[in-house]
Design a protein around this ligand. Structure first.
Ligand SMILES: [Zn+2]
Length: 450
C-alpha cells in the first residue's frame, strides 16, 4: 500500500514539475494546486509541494538536493494559550507544547500551514525558492535563488521581481574584482611636527612594509592595495591613523590583514624610534578601520551594482504602474532615509542579504555593513533605469581556515550557481534588485499593506 501511494505521489510530482517548467504553475501556488487538481489533503500536500519544487530546481540547475532535505512532516501547527489568549505557531516536529510566556500547556488547534512560503527543504533553517534571475555584464549567468527566512514577503517578492527582471531582459551587474579588508594603526604625538615626520618615515618605509605584509597573506592571496593616512587632533595630542587596505579575490581577509598589521607594527615602531620620532602611543586603532561602521568611508567588502532597463511602454503593459509615480516613490523613499541622517538607504536588502547569508552559510562577522545599499531610478533615452548598489558586500565562499562552511551551505551555493565571491556578490545584488523592484512597484501601485 505504502509503495502504491509513493508511486501515485511520484506521478503527481512529475506532472507538477512539468507544469512548473512550462510556467503554467507558479512555484508559490503548488500547495493549493495539489488540493484543487489532485484532491490532496492538508497537511499531506505540504511535503509533496516541497518535493515538487526540489525536483523542479534539480531539473533546471542539474544539481541535486542531498543535505537540504524535506522532512516527513514539513509544516507548522497553530496552538492556543488560553491563559494569554495567544496563538503560537510551532514546527510540527516541536514536541514541547508549552507557552513561552506562561509555561502553561498549549491547546492544538488542528490548523496547519507550510513552514515558510515556497519551502524547498531544510530542518533547522527553512529554505525558500525565490525564482531565477539572469545577469549580464561583469558576470554572465542565471542564478537560482534560495533564501532562508521566515516571512512570506522575502521569497515571494524576490520571486516576482526575478520574474519581471527576466521579462525585461535580465539584470546588468557590475562587481568589483576584489574585496577590501582594512586594519588601522593609530599613533599619538605631542606635536604636529612629530606627526608630519612620522608620516614621512612610514611613507618611505612603505615598499618594504608592503612586501613583508604580503608574505603574511600568501595563503589567501592578499595584496596591500593602499595605505591611507588620516589626521585628527584632541587635547591629548596629534593623532595619525594609518589604514592598511588589502585586497582579496575570494576571501574576506580580515584575519589575514589583522595578522599582517600586527606583524608590521613593531617594525614601524622600530623605524620611528631609529629616526628619533617619539610617539606617545602606538596601537591597533580599530575605531578608524571601518569595522561594522555605517560610514560612506567604510572600505570593507566589495562593491556590487545591478540594474534593470525598463522601456516606458512596459510600465503600462507588464508592470501596470505609472512611471512618474514610480520615479517619485523612489525619490520620496531615498530622501526619507537621508532625513533620518542615514548615509545609505537600507530596505529589502536588510532582509534579503541576511537570508542569502543564512542559506549559503557564507557569514560575514555581521551582515550590518554588507546590507548598506543605495537605490536609484532615472530616465535614460526614453527608458527608466532602476538600480541597486551595494557598496560593502562581504563574501568568503570557500570553506577554509577563514570559516568552516556546512555541507548544507555548500550545497545551497552549488544549486544557486555560485562558484566565486564575485558570483556570490552578483547573485546577491540581483536578488536585492528583484526584491526592491517588486516592492517599489507594489508601493507605487499603492498595493502594499492594503
Ligand atoms: Zn501562555
Amino acid at each position: 500500500m505504502a509503495t502504491k501511494i509513493r508511486d501515485e505521489e511520484s506521478r503527481i510530482v512529475k506532472e507538477c514539475v512539468e507544469r512548473l517548467r512550462e510556467g503554467q504553475l507558479a512555484p508559490w501556488k503548488v500547495e493549493d494546486d495539489l488540493r484543487s487538481t489532485y484532491g490532496m489533503e492538508i497537511p499531506v500536500n505540504f511535503r509533496i509541494a516541497a518535493l515538487c519544487r526540489q525536483h523542479f530546481i534539480e531539473a533546471i540547475t542539474g544539481e541535486n538536493f542531498r543535505y537540504i532535505f524535506v522532512p516527513e512532516k514539513p509544516y507548522k501547527e497553530r496552538y492556543l494559550c488560553a491563559k494569554d489568549d495567544f496563538i503560537c505557531e510551532l514546527d510540527i516536529r516541536d514536541e514541547k507544547h508549552t507557552c513561552s510566556l506562561c509555561a502553561s500547556e498549549l491547546k492544538p488547534m488542528n490548523q496547519y500551514a507550510p513552514l515558510v512560503a515556497n519551502y524547498v527543504g531544510g530542518q533547522e533553517d527553512y529554505f525558500s525558492y525565490a525564482g531565477q534571475v539572469p545577469v549580464t555584464g561583469d558576470v554572465q549567468k542565471t542564478f537560482t535563488n534560495l533564501l532562508v527566512y521566515g516571512t512570506g514577503l522575502g521569497p515571494i517578492g524576490v520571486t516576482r521581481g526575478s520574474f519581471l527582471i527576466n521579462k525585461l531582459g535580465g539584470a546588468e551587474v557590475k562587481v568589483a574584482e576584489f574585496a577590501a579588508a582594512v586594519r588601522c594603526l593609530g599613533f599619538l604625538f605631542q606635536t604636529e611636527e612629530l606627526r608630519r615626520k612620522a608620516q614621512c618615515v612610514i611613507e618611505a618605509f612603505l615598499p618594504e612594509t608592503k612586501a613583508k605584509m604580503q608574505d603574511k597573506m600568501l595563503e589567501f592571496g592578499g595584496c596591500i592595495s593602499s595605505v591611507d593616512f588620516d589626521h585628527a587632533e584632541t587635547q591629548r595630542g596629534f593623532i595619525l591613523y594609518v589604514d592598511f587596505v588589502a585586497e582579496f579575490t575570494n576571501f574576506r581577509g580580515h584575519g589575514d590583514i589583522s595578522r599582517a598589521v600586527g606583524f608590521i607594527k613593531p617594525e614601524v615602531e622600530k623605524k620611528l624610534s631609529s629616526q628619533g620620532v617619539h610617539y606617545e602611543l602606538s596601537v591597533i586603532a580599530q575605531g578608524h578601520d571601518g569595522d561594522l561602521k555605517p560610514s560612506p568611508r567604510n572600505k570593507r567588502g566589495r562593491k556590487a551594482m545591478a540594474q534593470v532597463r525598463i522601456p516606458i511602454s512596459d510600465f503600462k503593459g507588464l508592470l501596470k504602474v505609472d512611471p512618474e509615480k514610480f520615479l517619485s516613490f523612489v525619490e520620496v523613499d531615498g530622501v526619507g532615509s537621508q532625513r533620518l541622517g542615514c548615509p545609505f538607504y537600507s530596505g529589502m536588502g536588510g532582509e534579503i542579504l541576511p537570508a542569502v547569508y543564512k542559506a549559503t552559510k557564507v557569514n560575514p562577522h555581521s551582515p550590518l555593513v554588507s546590507c548598506f545599499q543605495n537605490i536609484y531610478a532615472e530616465k535614460d533615452q526614453g527608458d527608466v533605469i532602476y538600480r541597486v548598489e551595494l557598496p560593502n558586500i562581504e563574501v568568503g565562499v570557500l570553506s577554509s581556515r577563514e570559516g568552516l562552511m556546512s555541507p548544507v551551505g555548500r550545497e545551497a551555493m552549488r544549486i544557486m550557481g555560485i562558484q566565486t565571491a564575485k558570483e556570490f556578490a552578483a547573485s546577491v545584488v540581483a536578488q536585492v534588485l528583484a526584491g526592491e523592484f517588486n516592492l517599489a512597484l507594489e508601493i507605487s501601485r499603492e498595493k502594499l499593506y492594503s
